[in-house]
Design a protein around this ligand. Sequence first.
Ligand SMILES: Cc1cc2nc3c(=O)[nH]c(=O)nc-3n(C[C@H](O)[C@H](O)[C@H](O)COP(=O)(O)OP(=O)(O)OC[C@H]3O[C@@H](n4cnc5c(N)ncnc54)[C@H](O)[C@@H]3O)c2cc1C
Length: 443
Amino acid sequence: MIIVLGGGPAGRIASVRLANAGVAVTLVESSGIGGQCLHYGCMPVCALNDAARFVRASRLFADLSITDQPVLVRFPQMQKEMHAIQQKIAGILDKETREAGVEIVYGKHGRLSGRQAFIGDEPVESDAVIVATGSRPNVPKVEGVDLHGVWTPHTIPALNNLPRRLVIIGGGVMAAEYAYIFSAFGSDVTLICRSAFLKSLDKHLRPLATSDLADVEIRENTPLLSIEGCSEVTGVRVGGDGGEVTIPADAVLIAAGLVPRSEAIEGVRKGAIGEVVVDDHMRTSVPGIYAAGDVTGPPYLTPVARHEGIVAADNVLGIDRAMDYRFIPQSVNLGHELAFCTTQSGTAASMAMPGLAGPGTFWHVPSGTTGLVKVMVEPDGKISGVCAAGPGGGLIAGYLAFLMKEGYTAHDFEEFMEVHPSTDGVYGLLKYASEMLKRRGAG
Ligand SMILES: Cc1cc2nc3c(=O)[nH]c(=O)nc-3n(C[C@H](O)[C@H](O)[C@H](O)COP(=O)(O)OP(=O)(O)OC[C@H]3O[C@@H](n4cnc5c(N)ncnc54)[C@H](O)[C@@H]3O)c2cc1C
């Protein structure tokens, strides 16, 4: 019997993998199957982003006098409809998992003490355990953080009314995505970043992000000192170069990243932020105990969690398999998908151009907001990076990341035939890069 603790992307996919191989698996999930991705993360953010883009598109069309008036969002109704769809997806995941042969135990906390697993207080026999208890929002320990009106991605499903003035704490992807959403819905949004905003984003993508957030006040290098109010939030006190100031707010959203959720996991080696330490086979310091997903620390991404789950399951099955963290595609979803997969290369030449006119960008031509494409190519033609900021950017970056891992070169794209119309400019830049490299070689 294999015990899997946590039914998020890592644990669920690991369980199904094991069950498909004919092994008896019990999956323990204390809350809802699908984990943060379905209930608090990727899915709700993409649902809200769809509505935000729709609102902004309606404004653009109204400004061009193509339609009569922009649409307005009914926020409580949206939250209700979104929740119903999340429950429907959870039902599908539950069915799919059970049909694979996994036994699911809901509503109980799994626990680990060295080699011994527990379901609730009951010790259970196991041949191996996969720990996939995920992560939770990183909440800074400042005064006022417990006030009514302070939200996190885990509590925001209960937000019923749009705040008039919203302060978002965080300078990363999550904070940027919420800022885009709430400003589109009409909230007056201020973003508080402890250091630089989206500091690890490609330098060509960052200006696109700030342009999509043009109506958000972004305060960089601004430490959060406290959240003000008696029982309800009234403001946020911040420091920084300009001295201490209070920013008025009706609501505060803490979107300052995630931390591993490992308090129920004892007796295995952990790192500085509580992450369960694993090797590239997802083995912990205790033989027979594996861990996968956010509980092992960053990067906190669903595809990484899923992949780690599969690697852990395969090793439990005796299949020797290691994780490969090269070429991980990612995106920031604002007005378009700002998708990318880049590596640190000192030798690559990079080429960039504005996004093409086509489906999803045609009406953005006058404002010059069609996005961007960029490729990074090594002297031997190997592709070492791509940015695809535009409709479908995430799909392009995902497939390109795979081709990069497989060692494809710009020259391989000479025979590539695109679908038209589409806004994919990556293949064109790669064809151009191939031509340039050949000409340089010939000269
Ligand atoms: C707002 C937000 C936006 C995000 N956007 C993206 C995105 O766009 N793209 C992307 O790739 N990633 C995104 N993520 C990250 C993504 O959600 C996570 O990386 C992914 O869910 C990790 O999967 P996991 O299985 O490791 O953990 P989790 O999804 O955290 O699942 C862990 C599960 O374990 C359960 N659990 C915890 N403790 C126990 C216990 N003791 N016993 C039993 N069960 C337990 C939990 O209830 C949960 O269901 C986002 C996250 C957030 C919060």
